[in-house]
Design a protein around this ligand. Structure first.
Ligand code: NOJ
Length: 550
């Protein structure tokens, strides 16, 4: 990270999925005035940056990740004046505003595509990726991340266009210099309007091979993995990112986090090594199916060590467990049953005690959980429907297929924010675009606001600890070698201050190696604060504890 971007290290970023955050006008869809109403809540929580998932004009084929006008606001979300009011209110509270930037693809309803599709000779004809049919069929065997072919035929041109996501999300042609200039002008336009940073969507696929060879492995095991294996991280993609950096990020000192798909974790580092001048941080994208089937506390430990070693002197980390594409963190990594509260706190304590910039996703601060809609028709996420179809094709029963879709669906993260126990969780007075999670009567902000031991209070406490103890944002990290796979421990130190942190990622008790904890160590925070805090010497199920030395 460049010296002048050092402020990024002190950010705590809260991701808002605007559709599901707060609806101010009763149409069932969250909106910008709704976010404005909740800004005091975010200030109270203690975050100092907000990332908005896309709010641009969009036909909503992929909930805003299909943009039809980059310089207008989606009608359902409000107006440009609403956005300006939100920006000003954020800035007056010292909260930075980060916008989602989706430039791997646009919507097919964008005027660029409307023009491009008309003929092979028009000023925008090269803005997208067009290829002739081969033997009367698609140019190659590639599949899209959302399933099905990655190609769609347009009779007016007698050609196919490429779409790595849905067919309403044609890929932009980054090899076309005029297109790149349009994108940079658009980014400058937002920077001039006071945007502090960009989260850059699906950025690993910008460069495509000229000849589009068939893939020998098509399309296993799922569309996402296929795209990653086939396309992610080509040298041309890195060159485009560096150009973007030179033209916009460095020039205007805006903060950037790339959403990056990479075949290996070392490849991931290529996007964020300071010397490469690409992004400040990266959010790795792992397909939900893969994450669910491969995650374990042992893997987490190994990944943390590896990424720390790889970047400790040459880059910076985005820390997160949740976003709008993932199952809810307490359901995936913790225990959303008996140990719901302590395991949600453990995850919070891990997130805020590692070096890197923490990203919170709306609702994690109250321990929102996965939802289980009783029928596939109730799901909105195309990925969930795809998973259901795929699981049936593999021979599973309808019940099993539904169960798999329930586990993987991105709707788990997209059910409306649970503000209180009134109808529709206080999200809307109308009918929400996606049903609320039925557990809103017990899991909601109101219930946790004044409870000194709630998950929400634990987040507030962690955020104030971060402000009071620079060691949390700036300190060195040293992992302890703990043989128990589910026990994670490390030391953080900075300018004479030392913290020791332990997490028991298990529903069983675990031995805390007491020789690592000097007698004078004081407990700063424990996930068992409701039960009187850390009692030692063992760690209870999902117990997490932060000690301070001296
Ligand atoms: C990643 C986004 O996070 C996801 O929600 C979206 O569907 C794809 N990119 C396509 O834009």
């Amino acid at each position: 990270m460049q010296q002048e971007m050092d402020w990024v290290k002190d950010l705590v970023i809260y991701q808002i999925y605007p559709r599901s955050f707060c609806d101010s006008n009763g149409d069932g869809v969250g909106d910008l005035p709704g976010i404005l109403q909740k800004l005091d809540y975010l200030e109270e929580l203690g975050v100092n940056a907000v990332w908005l998932s896309p709010v641009y004009r969009s036909p909503n084929d992929d909930n805003g990740y299909d943009i039809s006008n980059y310089q207008e606001i989606m009608e359902e979300f409000g107006t440009m004046e609403d956005w300006e009011r939100l920006r000003d209110a954020c800035h007056s509270k010292g909260i930075r505003l980060i916008m989602d930037l989706v430039v791997n693809h646009s919507s097919d309803e964008h005027r660029w595509f409307q023009e491009s599709r008309c003929s092979r000779e028009n000023p925008k004809s090269d803005y997208y990726i067009w290829r002739d049919p081969v033997g009367g069929k698609e140019p190659n065997n590639w599949s899209s991340a959302f399933g099905g072919s990655a190609w769609e035929y347009v009779p007016e041109r007698g050609q196919y266009y490429l779409h790595l996501f849905s067919k309403k999300q044609p890929d932009l042609n980054w090899a076309c210099p005029e297109l790149r200039e349009e994108i940079y002008r658009m980014m400058e336009w937002w920077v001039e309007r006071g945007v502090d940073g960009f989260r850059v969507d699906a950025i690993s696929y910008l460069d495509k091979p000229e000849d589009f060879p068939d893939s020998p492995t098509a399309p296993e095991p799922d569309g996402y993995s296929f795209c990653i294996a086939q396309l992610a991280g080509r040298p041309g993609t890195h060159a485009y990112i560096r150009e973007m950096n030179e033209r916009i990020f460095s020039k205007y000192h805006v903060m950037t986090v790339g959403e990056v798909a990479a075949a290996t974790s070392l490849e991931l580092m290529n996007y964020v090594r300071t010397a490469r001048r690409e992004f400040d941080m990266a959010i790795p994208f792992v397909p939900p199916k893969v994450e669910i089937s491969t995650w374990s506390p042992g893997k987490l430990k190994r990944d943390l060590r590896e990424s720390y070693e790889a970047l400790r002197d040459s880059g910076w980390w985005a820390r997160f467990f949740s976003n709008h594409d993932k199952p809810r963190q307490v359901s995936l990594y913790g225990d959303d049953g008996r140990c719901w509260e302590v395991s949600a706190k453990l995850l919070a304590m891990l997130l805020h005690t590692l070096p890197g910039t923490p990203f919170l996703y709306q609702g994690e601060e109250i321990g929102m959980t996965n939802v289980r809609f009783p029928s596939i028709e109730l799901y909105d996420d195309p990925d969930a429907k795809n998973c259901y179809r795929q699981t049936l094709l593999e021979g599973a029963s309808e019940e099993e297929a539904l169960r798999q879709a329930q586990l993987e669906s991105r709707d788990n993260a997209r059910t409306p924010m649970q503000w209180d126990s009134s109808p529709q969780a206080g999200f809307t007075v109308g009918t929400p675009w996606l049903p609320v999670n039925p557990n809103y009567k017990t899991i909601n902000v109101e219930a946790q606001r004044n409870d000194p031991y709630s998950i929400l209070q634990c987040y507030r406490r962690l955020l104030s600890l971060r402000r009071e103890h620079p060691v949390l944002a700036r300190g060195d990290l040293e992992f302890f070698d703990l043989p128990e796979e589910s026990l994670l421990g490390y030391r953080r130190s900075y300018e004479g201050e030392t913290l020791l942190v332990f997490h028991n990622f298990s529903p069983e008790r675990a031995e805390l190696p007491l020789d690592l904890v000097p007698k004078e160590a004081k407990v700063l925070l424990s996930s068992y604060d409701r039960e009187g805090g850390y009692g030692g010497p063992q760690l209870r199920p999902y117990e997490s504890v932060i000690f301070r030395l001296g």
